[in-house]
Design a protein around this ligand. Structure first.
Ligand code: PAF
Length: 280
């Protein structure tokens, strides 16, 4: 497995691989890898001849400086896990390598970026679009793999590749959960014991909500989810939204959309967790 921080070396290596007719798959990450990331790498290995993984904590997508500082960074462990998972190339750039000049590009993903994470984390998706388009320029993958835990991010990345007309297939991969249902996230390692014990309530409530679709309307379901999560004193809901899975806009009646997603963001102390479930 090749590990490099040099973007030119990545592009050269990918060009070389592609010149022999092989396909290149890409898994962008911010490191602190867990089994969720590894499942993306495994999916990539299955679908592509050559797997590239990037590990870069992207400053432009953090609207909260403390969150950026706190974000876990464990490059040695990450490299070890990636090697075991059969990754071919790890790109671990410095901030200077990615942003020699500040990135001033502005993206507009209206209406996808106006709700949920977009509303609560101003500038977040612009930063995600900046880094993902830069990484796509360097890696030029045939396919790129993203987890469905970041449901809104996935919709935005699909829109991004349409807007910039980039020939990459976006593959969405299932949420990987701990045995107690907590969605895997690099942020989970920042939870203390009490917070970790409380966190699986999030998914438990999402599953209860799915059972209640025939009894409650979308607004009532949002209120139910908010109350049930807030019952646990370690958890404070930031939003619970029932949205059209296609355009991410809140719905008022179940037949307002063909496919409906329930998305939540929850503060657990200083740590912010997100999760979602398909309702219809
Ligand atoms: O989902 C993430 O980990 C990040 O948002 C991504 C896509 C790697 C961009 O920094």
């Amino acid at each position: 497995m090749l590990i490099t921080g040099n973007s030119k070396e990545v592009s050269r290596q990918v060009d070389f691989i592609k010149s022999s007719g092989k396909t290149v798959g890409f898994v962008p990450t911010m490191g602190a890898l867990h089994r969720g990331h590894i499942s993306l790498v495994e999916q990539c290995n299955k679908e592509c001849d050559y797997t590239v993984v990037s590990v870069f904590v992207n400053p432009t997508q953090f609207n909260d400086k403390e969150d950026y500082k706190r974000y876990p960074r464990v490059p040695e462990e990450d490299s070890k896990m990636l090697k075991e998972a059969g990754c071919d190339l790890v790109f671990m750039p410095t901030e200077q390598e990615i942003y020699p000049e500040p990135d001033t590009s502005i993206f507009d993903f209206t209406p996808l970026d106006k709700v949920m994470e977009g509303a609560f984390r101003p500038g977040h998706f612009n930063g995600v679009a900046q880094i993902v388009s830069r990484l796509f320029d360097i890696v030029k993958p045939d396919k790129a793999f993203f987890g469905l835990k970041d449901f809104q991010q996935l919709a935005i990345i699909r829109r991004l590749v349409q807007q910039v007309n980039r020939p990459v297939t976006i593959v969405d991969c299932n949420i990987i959960r701990e045995a107690d249902g907590l969605a895997m996230s690099s942020r989970n390692m920042l939870l203390n014991a009490d917070q970790r014990e409380a966190a699986p309530t999030i998914y438990r409530v999402l599953m209860q909500a799915k059972e209640l679709v025939t009894e409650l309307n979308p607004d009532q379901l949002k209120a139910y989810v908010t109350d049930q999560i807030n019952v646990n004193s370690e958890l404070k809901i930031e939003y619970a939204e029932v949205v059209d899975a296609g355009n991410l806009q809140p719905i008022k009646a179940w037949n307002d959309a063909q496919s409906v997603q329930l998305c939540v963001a929850v503060q657990v102390g200083k740590i912010r967790l997100i999760d979602n479930i398909n309702l219809i």
